[in-house]
Design a protein around this ligand. Structure first.
Ligand SMILES: [Zn+2]
Length: 367
């Protein structure tokens, strides 16, 4: 803070002298201001109502001046005040002009630079094939059903005619949710091993007739190799009505395979076993690579095994009997196919893991 000297004399010369001293101090200060904080301190030093230089000047000079000198002192003080205010204003403009310049420089846009390229995403090949399969069945009047991926033992096994401890359960290496031991076995949670639980869930809600396809993700404790993955996708189908026969099953699947692989594809059915269908069959398609002549892909048999199917076991209908599924009056067929398997055949993909590695070079081919 500046000390404002008391005036001994009020002559113009001594007034010139003290005013010149203050102006010199003011100039010296404006030179070193660097930023807004400096500037604020500077302003307050000169203009603050309490102890600011101008306040002190007023008190020490003007108020103390004898009557005849007051007029001259007042004029000098007003001049000084105008100079101080101008200096503060200038200093403010200078600081802000330079920071605005810096801001403009930092935000300078080079409009000749190429823009950011954002590649357009495409549907993953697995989802694409799944949608394609669903579309084939939708065109035949099927609706789409969905269900939870974390299922109860009841929906995943028991209601599909896998009794507790039945050896058929061993064919599906199941991933169980931990900490379920205190529950009754049918309530224990697991990751669904097939989309079939949605069959029962749908039949519980909807009386016959029924035609649904169920696309979805399923989980099994299978180590990853060229043809197995712990996570994969299925499309399951179920048709229930009066007088549904195995011929309807064959006709439906034969049409679906022709829609998916081309009209020259043939199908054939082999006896098989699934707990929830009776009779059960494996369906094969004529090799789409060699047209049935025999090649490496079909192991020279001319046929490729593609899906499981069969007539719904009456024991399954018994679980939803109360909702109109009386096996003496209605019948139905079911089928299930692996989406990855079909995608691998359609696109001649050699290893299932390619679908999950997220390698853009692989996925780009489906763009
Ligand atoms: Zn072949």
């Amino acid at each position: 803070m500046y000390s404002v000297p008391k005036l001994e004399h009020y002559s113009p010369e001594s007034l010139d002298h003290v005013v010149a001293d203050l102006l010199a101090a003011l100039d010296a200060e404006t030179v070193v201001l660097r930023n807004d904080a400096d500037w604020k301190a500077f302003r307050d030093r000169w203009l603050a109502r309490k102890n600011g230089v101008l306040t002190l000047v007023n008190e020490t000079w003007l108020k103390a001046a004898p009557g005849p000198a007051k007029r001259e002192v007042g004029r000098r003080v007003n001049e000084l005040k105008a100079r101080v205010e101008a200096a503060i204003g200038d200093a403010h403009n200078k600081i802000h002009a330079s920071s605005a310049d810096a801001l403009l420089a930092a935000e300078r846009l080079d409009i000749t630079l190429p823009g950011i390229q954002r590649p357009i995403g495409v549907k993953h090949p697995v989802l694409r094939v799944m949608d394609e399969i669903v579309a084939v069945f939708k065109a035949m009047g099927y609706s789409v059903g969905e269900g939870p991926e974390v299922e109860t033992d009841y929906y995943n096994f028991e209601s599909l005619n896998f009794p507790p401890n039945h050896p058929a359960r061993d064919t599906q290496d199941t991933l169980l949710i931990a900490g379920q031991e205190h529950k009754p076995s049918r309530d224990r949670l697991l990751l669904r091993t097939h989309t079939s639980p949605v069959q029962i869930r749908t039949m519980e809600k909807q009386p016959p007739p029924l035609r649904i396809v169920i696309p979805g993700k399923v989980h099994r404790n299978d180590p990853l190799d060229a043809t197995h993955s712990p996570i994969f996708h299925q499309v399951e189908g179920l048709a229930v009505d009066t007088n549904i026969t195995f011929c309807d099953l064959k006709g439906t699947l034969d049409h679906a395979m022709k829609a998916l692989f081309g009209s020259s594809v043939k199908t054939r059915f082999y006896p098989s076993f699934f707990p929830f269908t009776e009779p059960s069959a494996d369906m094969q398609v004529s090799c789409i690579f060699c047209g049935g002549k025999g090649c490496r892909k079909c192991k020279n048999s001319g046929w490729i095994e593609l899906l499981g199917c069969g007539m719904v076991d009456p024991n399954v209908f018994d679980f939803v009997k109360d909702n109109g599924y009386d096996s003496s009056k209605i019948s139905g067929f079911a089928f299930g196919m692996g989406v990855e398997r079909i995608a691998m055949l359609k696109y001649e993909v050699e290893g299932i893991q390619l679908f999950y590695e997220g390698d853009v070079r692989f996925l780009e081919q489906f763009a």
